[in-house]
Design a protein around this ligand. Structure first.
Ligand SMILES: Nc1nc2c(ncn2[C@@H]2O[C@H](COP(=O)(O)OP(=O)(O)OP(=O)(O)O)[C@@H](O)[C@H]2O)c(=O)[nH]1
Ligand SMILES: [Mg+2]
Ligand SMILES: [Zn+2]
Length: 385
């Protein structure tokens, strides 16, 4: 949205306080508080308390903003290094500096305060400007604009898993656990939302007769998605996977136990990630990988290992939006009798007719139905709250 010129500078920003509020019964002294963690002089920010009570959890900051509305913090760049966040556990980040060294960095308080959600203030993959503070320590001063993210939803909030990635490798299994195309369809939407390319990787193909996979491989290929079948046991597709990852930034996502870490170990033998068995009773992984980690590939590019997901809830997708992600529905939607047809219960539905005529795969349509259904249920219960 275009912002009026007069709004550009001195924009008021209301930020929520989380920690450090109302703990001690003392007078507010923001200058002292800021000084404790950082130097106020290097901030083009003035602030004042908004709300009189000690319980106030908001303050208003008047800060200079650029054309995009991003806050401008006055940082002496000559003292700083550029870097990439390799992993972020809470606010403790491992950053690879432009000097090739790794630094353990914390996050400047103003970045945490200004971030809408402290959890996403700095995430793995971020390109940052940081100030070395002696030894291998540092302080992150600025986070560059993110491009290409992988997000998940937790507790009804967006949780950015990794930023600045080109593609998402959606890892599912031919078996152990059994293949669920519904999950692939969700991952495809999540990749598109994050403005990244998606590659579907069906791993553990050694466990089945490859002929069984053909319909699924064919279906996604026909929709225009890249699909690859892999196995770390008989090495099917490993060279092809290596080629797909070379020179790009790829994040592996999928349920626990599908073999994300195993695949990374296989394509880059210099990387030695921990892997875990799949429980034979429940056919579920054991959540072996605990943190998101960027790893440099010796043949060029970066690969990101992530913890397996328990359940994929799409972030920020409304039911009406879902059909737009099922690209093969598009030509048939125009034949629906009702302009706001949800393609579920309506008569004269072009999409349903196409499913009957096998022009749209039943598997994909089922998957669509499950997604709109779940989303309506979710939206409904949210309204009632
Ligand atoms: N048969 C077979 N087993 C595989 C293959 N790839 C991985 N596995 C096994 O699957 C299990 C899980 O592998 P991991 O690499 O730990 O899975 P992950 O996706 O990283 O799991 P989390 O870290 O828990 O999210 C291990 O026992 C692997 O040996 C494969 O291609 N074929
Ligand atoms: Mg793992
Ligand atoms: Zn319809």
């Amino acid at each position: 949205m275009a912002r009026k010129k007069s709004d550009k500078k001195g924009r008021k920003v209301r930020v929520e306080f989380r920690k450090n509020r109302g703990k001690k019964n003392r007078k507010r002294d923001f200058t002292r508080e800021l000084n404790a963690g950082e130097n106020i002089d290097d901030l083009k920010v003035s602030e004042r308390v908004s709300g009189k009570s000690d319980q106030s959890r908001y303050r208003t900051i008047i800060a200079e903003t650029d054309d995009e509305g991003e806050l401008l913090l006055d940082i002496d760049e000559s003292e700083c290094l550029h870097g990439r966040v390799l992993s972020a556990i809470g606010l403790n980040c491992t950053v690879e500096g432009e000097d090739g060294k790794q630094y353990l960095c914390t996050v400047r308080r103003v970045l945490r305060t200004l971030s809408r959600d402290a959890r996403n203030a700095v995430v793995a993959g971020d390109r940052v400007l940081f100030r070395p503070e002696g030894g291998d320590q540092g302080m992150i001063e600025r986070v560059e604009t993110r491009k290409g993210v992988l997000s998940r939803t937790s507790n009804n909030r967006e949780h950015i898993i990794v930023s600045n990635i080109d593609q998402v490798l959606i890892v599912v299994t031919a078996d152990q656990p059994a293949l669920k195309t519904n999950l692939i369809d969700r991952f495809l939407i999540s990749a598109e939302k994050g403005e990244t390319e998606a590659i579907i990787c069906i791993n553990k193909v050694d466990l089945i007769d490859p002929v069984q996979l053909q319909p699924i491989l064919g279906m996604y290929a026909q929709l225009g998605y890249r699909v690859i079948a892999t196995s770390i046991v008989d090495r099917t597709g490993i060279d092809e996977l290596r080629k797909l990852l070379k020179g790009t930034q790829t994040v592996l996502t999928g349920q626990s136990g599908v073999g994300k870490s195993s695949l990374i170990n296989e394509i880059a033998p210099s990387i030695d990630l921990e892997t875990g068995e799949v429980s034979q009773l429940h056919m579920k992984g054991k959540h072996t990988t605990r943190t998101t980690q960027l790893l440099q590939l010796d043949f060029g590019g970066w690969v990101v290992d992530t913890p397996g997901i328990r359940q994929l809830e799409l972030w920020d997708v409304i039911p009406e939006e879902i059909e737009g992600f099922f690209i093969e529905f598009r030509p048939y939607v125009t034949f629906c009798k009702f302009p706001n047809c949800s393609h579920t219960h309506e008569t004269g539905c072009g999409v349903k007719a196409a499913v009957e005529n096998r022009a749209i795969s039943e598997m994909r349509y089922e998957s669509y139905l499950r997604m709109v259904d779940e989303d309506f249920v979710k939206a409904d219960s949210a309204e009632k709250r």
